[in-house]
Structures are given as structure tokens and as C-alpha cells.
Design a protein around this ligand. Structure first.
Ligand code: PXG
Length: 462
């Protein structure tokens, strides 16, 4: 319960909860409901385990919020931040200035990203990076003499962030209903959700069908009006929607055919999540732009980045003049220093390689055992990301009548039994730290199975 430093005086759980509900408006939260219930107070973490204010040890199956790729407690990252704060805690990159951490990280990103990328624009988060992309993409087409190419096509249930443009790019209807979204010039097509949408189609056939929605939408809008397509290689917050293997190659073909820009939002998939450095490499496509955040610092510092492919960068540089866009914290030195250390650790310790060849396949093999459970209609995933569909009837893929209730029951059992597993409606999802070892994976599966049993028991008793 006590904190190791003297900045924050220790309090009891009840005291934390009272102060929390009095002063703190949480993101994506029903404020009144939470105040009635009280928050879970997480006080510390180490490796793949969290600790709460009651002393419980919880296996973190979500790597925080899809971001703590290296796990908790890495001294090197803390030291990188500490040293950078003493050396140069802040300076900007406006007005013809720069500093070593931002430059060094830019060079390192050019090394670890696919070959078409040699330039980066920094932001403070994934949302800010995606807002940057909307402006940059439209600017690009203006400079190309095609200002009509304004519309960006995204997908239903996509998550691209919570600022105005990023939430518009996202396809979350409840978000659009608050605040007058989407902004003009952003439209959405079907997500490649085989389990829910495919009917009798085999995954390969459905992948092509879902990708062709893009071509249909381009034709409907008029090809000369379309600027870009954006997608997460695997949709994360939308429920870990793993597209069939035919999907991305067909999307690439369509983007090439119409000459539109292809944006990969790699905020979750980037930095090893799928067992490759970037999700586009796993699926074999070649984006013009990539959104980065989360795993870029393993969440130890807030940082977002836009990787700008050479096709676009050349136009922006040669013809662009001033790009009227940037943030106080674009290229923040402390965040950049932490990112450099984080990426070097991922590379030097072979962590992405291990997820690809060893722990990722093991997690996927064990995860699929959960499909044997009576509540589970499908167990899917790649590398260190996974989803379970909880269904009323496995044979007919019938969902529960009120989507979301069963997922919430299961999620609450998980928390109470020492496992963080998230629910998106009735889809249970995991995205663990990439440092998990086989024994942790065994623990995760065992706890998940137990919580599925507890959920099934509640449904029988209801
Ligand atoms: N793109 C993707 C693919 C994301 O998952 C963002 C952009 C925005 O990043 P920032 O740093 O602005 O949050 C995200 C963020 C959830 C959840 O409920 C997921 C995210 C954020 C908050 C909640 O799974 N992903």
C-alpha cells in the first residue's frame, strides 16, 4: 500500500477511491456508475504482473492498454528518462531547432521500419499522429494538383484515437454520436470480421469480398475524390479482428489500381505484437504511411509518430513550403530517449524474433485450446494478440441476445481471479507483454479457463 517515493502520501483503498470519484473524470467511463462502484487502484507493477492497493497480484494480459511491450520495471527505460531529463528535459523542434534524441530516434525508426520509410513526424499520442495524417494526406494531394482527392476511407469498428479527426477515422458509432462526428470527408466500409459477417463463405473467399468493399466505395465516391485508405493490420479495440490472409493483398491491389495512399495504423500491431516488427510485414503489404505509438516506448512515455513513406515525403519536401502543423511535444526529448532505449532492447534481446518463433506460436497453440470450452465459439489470434468469441450457440455462431453482458461478467471474473483480460462486447481479448514466458502463458490459459467456467456457471444460475 505504501509508495516507495515521498511524492504521494500513502492512503487506504477507500481513501483513494473517495478522492478518485471526487476529482478525477476517467476516460471512456460512465462517471456516475464508477463513483458508485469505486476504482481498482493499481499501485505498482513488475515484469508481467500488476499489484493493486489491496496487495493482489494480477497477471496483465493486456500489457496495460496494448502498450507495455517490454513489461514493467525495466530500469534501462527509467534511466534513459532520468538522464535525458537532467541533460535536456525539453526543447522544441520548431524555428529551425532540433536535439539529439529526436534525431537519433528518427534515424533508428528509419532503420527498423520497412524500406520505403526514411522520415518521421512526431506527435504526443496515436490520436495526434492520426490527426496529423489527415492533414498531411490532404496536403499531399493538394501539392500533387489533385485537391479533389479529399476523402479518406476507413472501416466500421476501427479505432484510430479519440481526437476529432482520429475519432472520425475510427468507426465506433457511440463515439460518433457524441460531438458531431465524423468530420466531413471520412467514410467507412465493412470490417473484415469473418466470424460475424461471412455466413457460409470460407475465410479466403470472405477476405476478398470484404476487401472489394473498398473498390465499391471508391467507385461510388468517384476515384478522383479519394485520398487514402486507413486500416489497422489487425483491428484491436474493435475486438481483435484478424483478417483472412487474402484481405490485405487485395486491399493493396485496389489501392495501387486507383493510386490512393495506403495508411497502416500500427499503433497496436507495431513493435512486435504479431511477431513481426510491423503488422504490414506479417500480412505482406506495403503502406505509404504508418501510425506509431504505444509500443514505441512500451508505454513508459507518451509518444506518437507518423512514418512518412518516400513517395509522399518527396512531394511534401520538394513542393510543400511550410506545413502548418505541429505540437509543443513533437519530438519530446525524454519520450524520444525512452523510445530509443526501448527499440534497442526489443532488437538486441531478440524479443520480436522470440514472439515469432517461440512464445507466440506457443501462446496461439494454448489459446486455441480454449475453443474447447462450451462458451467459446472461436479462438483466434497471431503472435501476442488473441480473441475469444463467447456465444450462445457454437454450431450456429449465435451470439447472446444482449451483446456485451456476458463479456462483462467474464471480464469481472478475470479481474477478481488475478488476470487482466478485456471484453469488447462478448469478445474476450488479450495482448500481453511480449516478454511473457511459457510459464506465464500457462498461467494465463489456466486462469482464462477458470473464468470461463465461472461465467458459464453464472449463466446457468441466472
Ligand atoms: N490507433 C490505434 C490502432 C489504437 O489502438 C490509437 C490509434 C490512439 O492512440 P492514443 O495514444 O491517442 O490513445 C489507438 C489507441 C481500448 C483502447 O479500449 C484502445 C486504444 C486506446 C484506448 C482504449 O482497447 N488504442
Amino acid at each position: 500500500m505504501s509508495t516507495k517515493h515521498n511524492l504521494i502520501a500513502p492512503r487506504t483503498t477507500g481513501e483513494w477511491q473517495a478522492a478518485d470519484s471526487q476529482h478525477y473524470l476517467h476516460p471512456f467511463t460512465d462517471f456516475k456508475q464508477l463513483a458508485a462502484q469505486g476504482s481498482r487502484i493499481i499501485t505498482s507493477a513488475d515484469g508481467v504482473y500488476l499489484r493493486d492497493s489491496e496487495g493482489h497480484r494480477i497477471l496483465d494480459g493486456m500489457a496495460g492498454l496494448w502498450c507495455v511491450n517490454l513489461g514493467y520495471g525495466r530500469r534501462e527505460l527509467a534511466e534513459a528518462a532520468y538522464n535525458q531529463m537532467l541533460e535536456l528535459p525539453y526543447y522544441n523542434s520548431f524555428f529551425k531547432s532540433a536535439h539529439p534524441p529526436a534525431i537519433e530516434l528518427a534515424s533508428l525508426l528509419a532503420e527498423v521500419t520497412p524500406p520505403q520509410f526514411s522520415r518521421v513526424f512526431y506527435a504526443g499520442s496515436g490520436s495526434e499522429a492520426n490527426d496529423t495524417i489527415v492533414r498531411m494526406v490532404r496536403r499531399y494531394w493538394d501539392l500533387c494538383g489533385e485537391p479533389g482527392r479529399h476523402t479518406i476511407i476507413s472501416r466500421e469498428n476501427a479505432y484510430h484515437g479519440s481526437t476529432m479527426a482520429a475519432a472520425s477515422l475510427g468507426g465506433m458509432r457511440p463515439m460518433h454520436e457524441q460531438g458531431g462526428l465524423p468530420i466531413p470527408g471520412i467514410v467507412h466500409i465493412e470490417q473484415p470480421y469473418w466470424y460475424e459477417n461471412a455466413g457460409d463463405l470460407a475465410p479466403e473467399e470472405y477476405g476478398i469480398k470484404a476487401a472489394r468493399r473498398l473498390a465499391e466505395k471508391i467507385e461510388e465516391l468517384g476515384p478522383k475524390n479519394v485520398a487514402a485508405f486507413i486500416g489497422e493490420p489487425v483491428q484491436g479495440a474493435g475486438g481483435v479482428i484478424v483478417p483472412p490472409p487474402t484481405y490485405w493483398p487485395e486491399i493493396q491491389r485496389i489501392c495501387d489500381h486507383y493510386g490512393i495512399l495506403l495508411i497502416a495504423d500500427e499503433v497496436i500491431c507495431g513493435f512486435g505484437r504479431l511477431g513481426s516488427w510491423f503488422g504490414s510485414q506479417h500480412f505482406g503489404f506495403r503502406p505509404d504511411i504508418m501510425t506509431l505509438a504505444k509500443g514505441i516506448t512500451s508505454g513508459y512515455q507518451p509518444l506518437g509518430a507518423v512514418m512518412v513513406g518516400d513517395r509522399m515525403a518527396e512531394v511534401l519536401i520538394e513542393k510543400g513550403g511550410e506545413f502548418h502543423h505541429g505540437y509543443t511535444y513533437s519530438g519530446h526529448p525524454v519520450a524520444c530517449a525512452v523510445a530509443i532505449r526501448n527499440i534497442r532492447i526489443l532488437r538486441d534481446e531478440g524479443i520480436v524474433e522470440r514472439v515469432r518463433t517461440d512464445t507466440g506460436p506457443y501462446l496461439q497453440q494454448r489459446w486455441r485450446e480454449l475453443a474447447e470450452h462450451p462458451l467459446v465459439g472461436e479462438a483466434r489470434g497471431i503472435g501476442f494478440i488473441g480473441a475469444l468469441e463467447l456465444v450462445a450457440d457454437k454450431a450456429t455462431r449465435r451470439f447472446f441476445p444482449k451483446r456485451g453482458d456476458v463479456g462483462t461478467i467474464c471480464r469481472d471474473h478475470c479481474f477478481a481471479n488475478g488476470l487482466v483480460m478485456r471484453a469488447v462486447r462478448d469478445t474476450m481479448i488479450i495482448s500481453p507483454p511480449l516478454i511473457m514466458e511459457r510459464a506465464h502463458i500457462d498461467e494465463l490459459i489456466e486462469k482464462a479457463w477458470r473464468c470461463l467456467d465461472l461465467t458459464a456457471r453464472d449463466l446457468t444460475n441466472a
